[in-house]
Design a protein. Sequence first.
Length: 72
Amino acid sequence: MSFEKQNYFILTGAMGAGKSTILDKFKKLNIKCIDEPARQILAEQRLIQGNGLPETNSNLFTELLLSRSITE
């Protein structure tokens, strides 16, 4: 994915604050968005009963996040 504009925005906030909701609305308006991979990694790790969860192995979870962010 390439971005031509020079303005980027980072959306942050607590769990349940509505970040995913606003990103979904942006996507419907054809605004390019990069999803944060934590939810996907959490779901994958829980599905396979993996150790890459923050409450189980925070270092592995961080490595998975960084790896996913770099490769996508």
